[in-house]
Design a protein around this ligand. Structure first.
Ligand code: MG
Length: 159
């Protein structure tokens, strides 16, 4: 078995799209990023790549490459899952937490889980997504940033 950890932080600014877990959420601020700025999918992608000891999302999809500008981040996650399978691993489960002050993410959680599961090629029961606020403190609490953290467990298919 192998474990991987990923995290990601994006600035939130007026007039940007807020995309989390593959869902565009209607809100006054959104995440600044080269791709679609989806902090959750970036964190899970980094967790899978981390478990494989294959570097990070920037190694595979450099932000100076125009191919990935405004890109749908599920492409990155699906590619990380493909690499895992190619190396003989299956994805056992994913746990993750998004930290954002507003909006409340509860209505979107199950759709996010489904999107992460689809990109990884696993069942929704293998994916957990949690949401927290910043309790009014710091960059999260003041609505200046969104953060996501994820852990993933991989198992060798031959077991
Ligand atoms: Mg990112």
């Amino acid at each position: 078995m192998r474990i991987g950890f990923g995290n990601d932080l994006h600035r939130l600014e007026d007039g940007e799209k807020l995309i989390l877990g593959g869902i565009e959420i209607s809100f006054k601020t959104g995440s600044v990023g080269h791709s679609d700025g989806d902090a959750l999918l970036h964190a899970v992608t980094d967790a899978v790549l981390g478990a494989l000891a294959l570097g990070d999302i920037g190694t595979h999809f450099p932000d100076h490459d125009d191919r990935w500008k405004d890109s749908d981040s599920s492409i990155f996650l699906a590619e990380a899952a493909r690499l895992a399978r190619e190396m003989g691993f299956e994805i056992v489960n994913v746990d993750s937490t998004i930290s954002i002050e507003r909006p409340k993410l509860r209505p979107y959680i199950d759709e996010m889980r489904a999107n992460v599961a689809d990109a990884l090629g696993v069942e929704i029961e293998s994916v957990n997504v949690k949401a927290k606020t910043g309790e009014g403190l710091g960059e999260i609490g003041n609505g200046l940033a969104v953060k996501a953290e994820a852990v993933v467990l991989l198992d060798s298919k031959s077991d």
